[in-house]
Design a protein around this ligand. Structure first.
Ligand SMILES: NC(=O)c1ccc[n+]([C@@H]2O[C@H](COP(=O)([O-])OP(=O)(O)OC[C@H]3O[C@@H](n4cnc5c(N)ncnc54)[C@H](O)[C@@H]3O)[C@@H](O)[C@H]2O)c1
Length: 347
């Protein structure tokens, strides 16, 4: 049954996951508004049928005015500084772009009568608890980014209880796919591997590469995120979204090499992966239960990692190599084993 047309705001709309969600919302015929400060977003991702505004959500006054003017009924909050590993080295800007920016959206939205907030959180809120992570587990953040996401989640629950609005919290896995930012040297392992090979240079692997992750192609994320915004069954719920299958970083490395046409057992000497010391606070394993998303959102994994990486490599080859975008003002802290790829801007 077609959904009723709504005024929907997507923050982070020029970013990777936000832009895919905008496409899906436009296709359903909604009035779609998008905002992004372009710190990690691209104009090429902005949907021409959405009403897009460049807005930095750290600017409380401007954000307040924007929400007052547009009065969205449903908000999908995607905007973030999602560089989890880097957040120990940029704790102030991470908190401003994540926790504070979110409150700048949420507070006026509540005042203007928003009906539903879909908060895109992160699996990082589970911290180092034993896998698989399930939604009932407590929040035990182990890093600065996760602290912000956990605070965003809890603030949503508290404010919803006091002020009466609907919400859904979504905790995605490592999402990858077409339009992911290839130029971010701080995150997105698959994107970095691909960009390095496009540049004709080897990629770096932190630690022994045997740390494991579950990876979601963006096509296995967007439909369920959308559904969470409209289905009453999702109200007041937290969902893990992503596949159950885990893959080591070494396996990912082999797949990327293979889809570039190299023999992963014997790549050209110049493209052999380079191993670096492990990153501080990186967890060894991270995957979730997905029964709840299956039951309430109809979640199914449809894109296996091999096929997803093949598609992403084909897209990236069309786009071409991207110069890495390092922070203009550098890290806030360079002590505590900051990875050399960041301090020395090796990429
Ligand atoms: N990609 C993943 O693997 C993954 C996993 C778990 C959670 N998430 C969450 O999903 C969401 C989307 O992530 P993504 O991978 O698409 O990242 P992305 O960087 O492509 O998108 C985030 C967007 O937010 C924008 N943004 C940042 N600060 C802003 C500000 N102050 N004002 C306005 N816009 C701002 C950026 O320019 C960017 O376009 C984020 O909330 C992230 O924490 C992503």
């Amino acid at each position: 049954m077609p959904r009723e047309r709504k005024r929907v705001l997507v923050t982070g709309a020029a970013g990777f996951m936000g832009s895919h969600l905008v496409d899906a919302l436009v296709a359903e015929g909604h009035q779609v508004y998008g905002v992004d400060d372009m710190s990690g977003g691209y104009w090429r991702n902005v949907h021409p049928q959405s009403e897009f505004t460049v807005l930095d959500l750290r600017d409380q006054e401007a954000t307040d005015a924007y929400i007052r003017q547009h009065r969205p009924e449903i908000i999908f909050h995607m905007a973030a500084d999602a560089t989890e590993g880097r957040s120990q080295f940029t704790p102030i800007s991470s908190t401003e772009r994540n926790y504070l920016a979110y409150l700048h959206v949420l507070v006026p939205a509540i005042r203007e009568g928003m009906r539903k907030m879909v908060l895109i959180s992160s699996m990082s809120v589970y911290g180092a608890q034993p896998v698989p992570f399930s939604e009932e587990m407590p929040r035990l953040p182990e890093d600065i980014y996760a602290i912000a996401k956990a605070s965003m989640e809890r603030s949503t629950e508290i404010l919803a209880e006091v002020h009466g609005f609907q919400y859904t919290i979504i905790r995605p896995h490592n999402v990858y796919g077409e339009r992911q930012n290839l130029a971010d040297p701080y995150r997105n392992v698959i994107a970095i591997f691909i960009n390095r090979l496009l540049q004709g240079r080897p990629f770096y692997i932190y630690g022994d590469g045997e740390q494991k992750r579950a990876f979601s192609h963006v096509d296995d994320f967007t439909p369920y995120c959308l559904r969470a915004g409209f289905d009453d069954a999702a109200n007041g719920e937290i969902f893990n979204i992503g596949p159950r299958e885990e893959h080591s970083i070494n396996e990912v490395a082999r797949l990327v090499l293979r889809h570039f046409g190299y023999d992963p057992d014997n790549p050209p000497e110049a493209l052999r992966p380079v191993y670096l010391p492990p990153r501080p606070k990186e967890v060894r394993e991270a995957y979730c239960t997905l029964e709840k998303a299956q039951r309430l959102l109809g979640y199914r994994t449809t894109v296996p990692l091999d096929a997803g990486i093949r598609r992403m490599v084909a897209w990236a080859k069309e786009l071409g190599p991207q110069p890495m975008r390092y922070l203009e003002n550098g890290l806030e802290l360079t002590t505590g084993n900051a990875p050399a790829t960041w301090t020395k801007e090796l990429m």
